[in-house]
Design a protein around this ligand. Structure first.
Ligand SMILES: *Cc1c(COP(=O)(O)O)cnc(C)c1O
Length: 708
């Protein structure tokens, strides 16, 4: 931004580094600058700086209060960027800066950079933030999708409609990556019988940098320009081409930027073609095929994220042959052997399976919860049985979330007051949280109520927008939550709409649910949110039926569906609800992370004992839905689980929430809130998680390198 007044000229730098996202001193600079615009842009400071009238900026440059905020934020940013002692330097010394390269098809860092669809992206984004906080030499590699993931709208009949908006680059915190010779970084990727160029963009997250590939260049053919346009937007043909660009192009981009990683982390199988490019390069340097595979295995780690078969990309061999035709080079003579590394028959005939490839060529593999590690080991047993050695053991590294990103500012202030100003440096210590009992009931409850109020202000503002700008029907205004009661017990359910997550479980017995929701002095309401995958008509059917419930007068306007779930909506929901519901069909939820975000904000989890909750539930930090059906027939399981869910609501959740003293404070409820915070913050943080990645996944590769 050239037009910024001299005194505050570094505002654009502050806006352009996503470090601001989890530092309140920096957020406040933009909030104070123009609160209306802050809200209207969904907290996008890059866009704000473009839209603000010069007079406002001039005024700010002379306002001592604003300048104090500004100076503090800039000082914070500088300190964060400067080389300093960190957990990493303590462990590996000041001089060990061997880079960890983290490949992922999506990164969710902030809503102003819409290059994510859901949980996988949130994990990648939170990992980058934590890598910065712990001082890891870390780069991310992914895709710049100019049209991002879709925006969700509902038809008058509740059917999901998808629209894609072209991202205005000027509004996103990205810049072209520049090579050391001053030229913009562009890499060439062989694709089929042609060469496709990918521009490289960079995103700054404190000291961590992300490189994003984008094929929308004039030099490319129109269909190649469109390749990187959308996340998960195309068919299998688009998908494999995207994955070739991510794998081959990503390795080349790092090389072009002068980075030679010591550890290559594949986050999900999408990025597994990284190993092809690396094997090829090692052959070019004179290795044999076996040596090359061994070297790649020594330095590659892989995280698998789902036990659902459809979540693992597998392509027919002819498709792989077609699109890799130009990529072989020196690897050509070992083509059969390379293809065998991806071969997997999942029951429907042999396919080239990206997860199988990653499993066979990674030295360390992890799943994202303890239960998921067991399921993964069983699921991929044939791979390990046919491997020459025993193959990698599947470690369990349970997911976590980035605490400073997800804990609400108001709650954070309460922690500062009662636990210490430095709570953000100490939250990993479980003993530290024992002091959460010192937070008085009245204060804790007042913050919980404020967060619920914020949620309803947000929901109503959206409803008004839909009504006035999008001209939706009156029924749709009801569906998005216009009739919700800001004082009623509010249950949140937000996740991708897909069969195994059973979004309709709570409607199994509509009359019983209507009685729970409509109880005269103890009303309950449910706020749903989530997208269905564009190709998943079954998921869209679930969503449509939830919409029909929301507009059904039987439920008294106590059910809402907030559309276009993204990071922004997620923040309001995980902070503002009272209870967070999750009822997947066990064991299909690998981990789940939204429940961790909620619990940290004092929103106890009401969930099936799947994913993280199988190890997170301790008897007093939330509730465990356990149907205990007589058979494992899915219908019987659903009935039993629904009954268990209703019973918990009727007998425990609702009575505890509404048991109030004269000042209207729920003394039976708040101990559960405290226990949720106490037990979840230290254990289910990315701080604990990233340290585990370093210690059990990265360190072996790093050590072998340093002793060579
Ligand atoms: C946290 C989060 C998710 C993942 O939540 P799950 O509980 O794992 O389903 C998905 N989308 C958004 C926007 C999130 O913030």
């Amino acid at each position: 931004m050239d037009s910024l007044p001299e005194r505050i000229s570094r505002l654009s730098e502050l806006a352009g580094d996503l470090w601001w996202v989890w530092h309140f001193s920096a957020r406040d600079v933009f909030r104070v600058l123009d609160y209306q615009l802050w809200r209207a842009t969904a907290h996008n400071p890059v866009r704000m700086l473009r839209l603000l009238p010069p007079e406002r900026l001039e005024q700010a440059a002379e306002d001592p209060e604003f300048l104090a905020l500004y100076d503090a934020a800039i000082a914070g940013l500088e300190a964060a960027r400067a080389a300093h002692a960190s957990w990493w330097t303590e462990r590996f010394g000041e001089t060990n800066h061997r880079t960890i390269a983290y490949f992922s098809a999506e990164f969710a860092l902030h809503q102003s950079l819409p290059i994510y669809a859901g949980g996988l992206g949130v994990l990648a984004g939170d990992t980058c933030k934590e890598a910065n906080d712990l001082g890891l030499p870390f780069v991310g590699v992914g895709f710049m999708y100019p049209q991002g993931y879709f925006h969700q709208h509902l038809s008058t009949d509740g059917w999901q409609l998808e629209t894609y908006e072209r991202l205005d680059w000027a509004d996103a915190p990205t810049d072209p990556a520049i090579r050391s010779d001053g030229s913009p970084c562009v890499v060439a990727v062989p694709l089929g019988d042609r060469t496709v160029l990918a521009a490289v963009w960079q995103v700054q997250v404190g000291r961590v940098r992300l490189y994003l590939l984008d094929t929308d260049l004039e030099e490319n053919a129109p269909w190649d320009r469109a390749l990187s346009a959308r996340l998960y937007g195309g068919n299998q043909e688009t998908r494999i081409q995207q994955e070739i660009i991510l794998g081959l192009g990503g390795v080349r981009a790092l090389e072009a930027m002068g980075i030679s990683p010591a550890v290559w982390h594949l986050n999900e199988g999408h990025a597994a073609f990284v190993v092809l490019q690396r094997i090829k390069q090692l052959l070019e340097q004179g290795s044999s095929f076996d040596q090359a595979v061994e070297e790649v295995r020594r330095t590659t780690v892989f995280t698998t994220h789902t036990p659902v078969a459809a979540g693992h990309d597998a392509f027919p061999f002819h498709l792989v042959e077609t699109h890799l035709a130009g990529a072989w080079g020196t690897l050509g003579q070992y083509r059969e052997r390379f293809m065998a590394l991806g071969l997997y028959d999942n029951g429907g005939g042999p396919l080239f399976n990206m997860t199988a490839l990653a499993l066979r060529v990674s030295g360390a593999v992890n799943a994202v919860s303890r239960l998921h590690a067991q399921v993964t080991t069983r699921m991929w047993q044939p791979i390990w049985e046919t491997a020459s050695d025993a193959g990698p053991r599947v470690r369990a590294i349970t997911n976590g979330v980035h605490v400073p990103t997800w804990v609400a500012p108001d709650l954070s202030k309460l922690f500062e007051k009662h636990l210490g100003f430095d709570w953000r440096e100490r939250y990993e210590d479980p003993a530290f949280w024992d002091r959460v009992v010192e937070i008085p009931d009245a204060e804790l409850w007042s913050v919980r109520r404020m967060l619920r109020t914020n949620l309803f202000a947000f929901v109503r503002e959206r409803a008004r927008q839909r009504w006035t700008q999008d001209r939706v029907s009156a029924a749709q205004v009801v569906a998005v939550g216009m009739l919700l009661d800001p004082d009623a017990l509010t249950i949140g359910f937000a996740r991708r709409f897909t069969g195994y997550k059973r979004p309709e479980l709570i409607f199994s017995d509509p009359d019983r649910l209507a009685r729970i929701l409509g109880a005269a002095k103890r009303p309950v309401q449910i706020v749903f949110a989530g997208k269905a995958h564009p190709a998943d008509d079954v998921g869209k059917g679930h969503l449509q039926r939830v919409f029909h419930r929301a507009v059904d007068p039987t439920f008294g306007g106590r059910i809402a569906f907030v559309d276009d779930y993204d990071l922004h909506v997620a923040h309001f929901l995980v902070q503002g609800c009272d209870v967070w519901l999750n009822n997947p069909r066990k064991p299909l939820e690998a981990s789940g992370t939204s429940g961790m975000k909620a619990a940290m904000n004092g929103v106890p989890h009401l969930s099936i004992g799947d994913g993280w909750w199988a190890e997170g539930y301790n008897g007093s930090n939330g509730w465990l839905i356990e149907g205990r059906p007589a058979t494992d027939d899915p219908a019987a399981v659903d009935v039993a689980d629904a009954d268990a869910l209703y019973r918990l609501l009727e007998e425990q959740v609702v009575p505890a929430f509404y048991d109030r003293d004269r000042q209207d404070v729920p003394h039976r409820w708040l101990p559960i809130v405290r226990e949720a915070i106490r037990s979840v913050v230290p254990r289910f943080s990315t701080r604990r998680m990233v340290k585990e990645y370093v210690e059990s996944m990265y360190e072996p590769a790093l050590q072998k390198v340093t002793t060579e």
